[in-house]
Ligand binder design. Sequence first.
Ligand code: ADP
Ligand code: MG
Length: 474
Amino acid sequence: MYEIWNECLAMIRENVPAGSYSTWFEPIRPVDYRNGLLTIQVPSDFFYEYLETHFIKVIKATIRKVLGPEGKLEYSIMMDNDSNRPVVVKQPSVDRTNTKNPPKQIQIDFDRPETVIPNPFVLPGIKKINIESNLNENYCMENFVVGECNRVAYEAGLAVAKNPGRTSFNPMFVFSPTGMGKTHICQAIGLETKKYHPELTVLYVNAEQFLMQFQASCRNNSSKSSRDDFVHFYQMIDVLIIDDIQFLSGKPKTQDTLFHIFNHLQQTGKQLVFTSDKPPAEIKDMEQRLISRFKWGLSAEMSLPDVETRRNILKRKAYNEGVELPEEVVDYIAENIKTNVREMEGFLISLIAQSSLNKKSITISLAKQMVERFVNNANREITISYIINTVCEEMGTSQADFFTKSRKRNIVQARQLSMYFSKKYTKAPLTSIGEQCGGKDHATVIHALKTVANLLDTDKQFKAVADNIERALQ
Ligand code: ADP
Ligand code: MG
């Protein structure tokens, strides 16, 4: 089995770009081979979808060559940790690159309803009503710089825009800490969808607006019908994008209404896109059935871009502003402002403003002066999430792992150090430090503080790491 798969890999490697090979093929494991049927395990549904849309020709040719004309391939898709059991999907590859209606995607969640219930209230044709999409042209795909930190969200976003409601990324759920590009990418999905499908009704709404509209519809005198109007309005949308869904936490009525809208749209093949500052399972006070639906499709995390991507983002912004930035200034900013993209962008704008006000050109020394001021300012209010960012970056751990229940040593230490520095540099109470550092309780924080203090005294290597982090924080 391994030999066969290795043979396949060798052939694939020659036929796809090196980057694609390592991203999409190396993580695949062969799991079974009998009677001409090779089963390979892919890490997620997204992987499967991606392989099928991008590499199907190569895969088919390879299978034919290595296994013979009767050879068959089957994917086994690793499911979310919830169920912990991989699900084998018996689905022979078909060339879907030219198909208008791709075959219905594999089931991920078993309680997912299959029946299509037409909405009795919406008449055919009513969609022609012109609904303002609330999209900002600047947040387009072309202005979105892609790096490892956001590639999954970007690629999935493109796929969704081309085939809204028809991919398995439905809903598409994007999460990241603040300032990492969630609003940008989900707006870009809306804009891109309109490009491919001008006939579709796309709506972007922030969850806060959604909440306020809903509350207003409840306050209205003829409350029942006004609430119905609210629901019907949302049920008319083809691509519904709700940004910052965490705003609905602790709002059971709005959640309930969203649940019904969600079901209706899903069942009628419409696309949903959500963003949040946390993965679905970690949103507090959110109905379980909604969380389970958020997990139906694809959850894509975005994290802080690496230096190279930060550089590219700066160049793109400068270009859009019509300003030329010397390389060394780009480097300097990218290396020194690493809280999030929004701050980096904010800094660039103030730099441009400063230089035009004083009629000075943008030089490295101007940038340095301003970084000092800017970073000092930022220093006065170090936040817990900034600390977590810095710790993860310095320790080379991913934020995704940080917020899981993983007990791996380096991850536990990253959490403990984050708690330690949060205690040292913020005024936050221990309970809220614990909550933000992966949902830990007060006792865990106290234990972490003791452990770190101990290790600082006894473990030189640990102390060196902690010192580095502390320097980076300042
Ligand atoms: P979030 O919604 O996650 O808080 P935003 O989408 O508002 O973040 O992003 C903050 C700013 O950073 C926006 O101006 C956005 O255009 C910019 N930005 C973030 N990521 C990227 C990226 N990958 N490419 C270009 N600009 C980006
Ligand atoms: Mg946002």
